[in-house]
Design a protein around this ligand. Structure first.
Ligand SMILES: C[S@@+](CC[C@H](N)C(=O)[O-])C[C@H]1O[C@@H](n2cnc3c(N)ncnc32)[C@H](O)[C@@H]1O
Length: 203
């Protein structure tokens, strides 16, 4: 397929910041346009969370998805204060909030989200359960860098398999691996069910 999504100006600036900072962790195609597409689908008053802001590439794509939607809100968390400050210095609408801090420490305090892009060590490779807990019913979780073929380090391969297994086996989630880019996994949190509703007999 040769379809190309236009790169929004804010994404271009975030990519330029990545070059300036020698930052190599920015999300790669097709994650960016996918994030924008999924962000555009959040419900009225929808909440979006990104773990690991980097230089703001994913943030900018997510923000593009909720462009001119005052009701929706995007929060992103970055541990590195200098990166967070550089991203914050860009021109963001007021419904985009950049937190500085440890994602794993902040997760239990942030509430529930309709879309989460887990792209930091914390909340993905460790503390994934906290991220799943932070999904609203019907909420979507996106993780990338899941293509096992890219890694030779046994520890990292084990970590990839652990994340994959957690997302696949969690009964609260419906999960699809998507073999695109660096390897994507998308999970939807099922609506919360009453404790015993699945055991009830049909009269
Ligand atoms: C893969 S990069 C994020 C890229 C960004 N999401 C994008 O799409 O361009 C991971 C980022 O997570 C940050 N990070 C690492 N540990 C973290 C933690 N415990 N809490 C929050 N951010 C963390 C790193 O500083 C780095 O900027």
């Amino acid at each position: 397929m040769t379809t190309r999504t236009a790169v929004p100006p804010r994404v271009r600036r975030a990519l330029a910041r990545a070059s300036e900072h020698g930052f190599h962790g920015a999300c790669e195609d097709p994650v960016g346009p996918l994030l924008a597409t999924l962000a555009a689908a959040v419900p009225p008053n929808g909440r979006i969370l990104e773990l690991g802001t980097g230089t703001g590439v994913g943030t900018a794509w997510l923000a593009e998805g909720i462009d001119r939607r005052d009701d929706a809100r995007l929060e992103t968390v970055e541990l590195d204060e200098s990166l967070a400050a550089a991203v914050r210095a860009d021109d963001w609408p007021t419904n985009v909030v950049i937190h500085t801090g440890d994602a794993e420490a902040l997760l239990p305090t942030l509430g529930r989200f309709d879309l989460v892009f887990a792209d930091a060590v914390a909340g993905k490779w460790t503390g994934l359960d906290l991220t799943i807990d932070a999904l609203a019913p019907g909420g979507l979780l996106v993780v990338d860098d899941m293509d096992l073929g890219r890694y030779t380090d046994p520890e990292h391969r084990a970590a990839v398999l652990r994340v994959e297994r957690t997302l696949t086996d969690d009964p609260r989630l419906v999960t699809a691996p998507i073999p695109a880019g660096t390897g994507l996994i998308i999970s939807t949190r099922r609506p919360d069910l009453p404790h015993d509703s699945r055991d009830e007999e049909t009269p």
